[in-house]
Design a protein around this ligand. Structure first.
Ligand code: FES
Length: 246
């Protein structure tokens, strides 16, 4: 299909100011570097009850070096209070360092106007891909309205698992965005979700390596993902609640 990843930044993505990044501590919290803005972002349904947009809620001041809970047990969420030291939660990183588009799990489909790639392993269960119309069908159908809806869905997918590709330019249809942290709330299900990184924020593993930079990524906050540090949607089945509201 296209060039797949270059220099640790996914093709089509734009890395944030490199002073802004997330560090994963072994068995511990996320450390935020560079003090990006952070706020609750509630997934807001449309009239038919499907995920459609985000509504900003409470904002938090994040100082350089702030520690964010990733075990799900802190009493001072979104910040760490040291509960991971007593929690029976395995916080070991299990995600591959391999760029998403090179992974075996990434699938490709060609529509008449655009192509798509998808890697379900990173699904954060935001459900923007299925609002009565399904993302994959929209790309395969083609035509202006279907194409525009598919691009809208991909850009709202919190985890970045979905990409729409310009077939002529051979790169994803993406635009650079300011770096910010979003504490996802799922109002339809009454649960909390991952920490979304917007705007190409780099994530450094506890191993010292860094994961590929992508425009949108979601990090697990419930402590239960099988693809740590990334969210895999398990927060929905464990009904994770951070107590911050939407
Ligand atoms: S926050 Fe989604 S799996 Fe933990």
């Amino acid at each position: 299909m296209a060039d797949k990843g270059k220099g640790g930044v996914q093709v089509g993505s734009t890395e944030s100011d490199p002073s802004i990044y997330i560090e994963v501590l072994e068995g511990g919290p996320y450390v935020v570097h560079g003090a990006p803005p952070m706020a609750v972002q509630a997934i807001t349904p449309n009239e038919s009850g499907h995920s459609w947009s985000y509504t900003q809620g409470q904002a938090f001041e994040v100082k350089d070096g702030a520690r964010l809970c990733r075990c799900g047990m802190s009493k001072t969420k979104p910040f760490c209070d040291g509960s991971h030291l007593r929690a029976d939660v395995d916080l070991a990183e299990t995600a591959t360092m391999e760029p998403m588009l090179q992974q075996r799990d990434t699938t490709e489909m060609d529509g008449p106007d655009y192509s798509l790639t998808d890697n379900e392993k990173y699904c954060a269960y935001g459900r923007f891909c299925d609002n009565g119309d399904r993302f994959w069908n929209e790309v395969m159908e083609g035509g202006k309205a279907h194409d525009e809806l598919a691009i809208y869905m991909a850009h709202h997918c919190p985890s970045g698992r979905l990409l729409v590709w310009d077939r002529d330019k051979r790169e994803p249809v993406e635009t650079a965005q300011a770096a910010e942290l979003a504490l996802i709330e799922d109002t339809a299900l009454g649960i909390s979700g991952p920490l979304q990184l917007r705007g190409g924020i780099r994530v450094h593993s506890a191993s010292g390596e860094s994961y590929e930079v992508r425009n949108r990524q979601t990090l697990c906050r419930c402590g239960q993902s099988s693809n740590k540090p990334f969210c895999d949607g398990t927060h929905a089945s464990v009904k994770f609640k951070d107590g911050l509201g939407g």
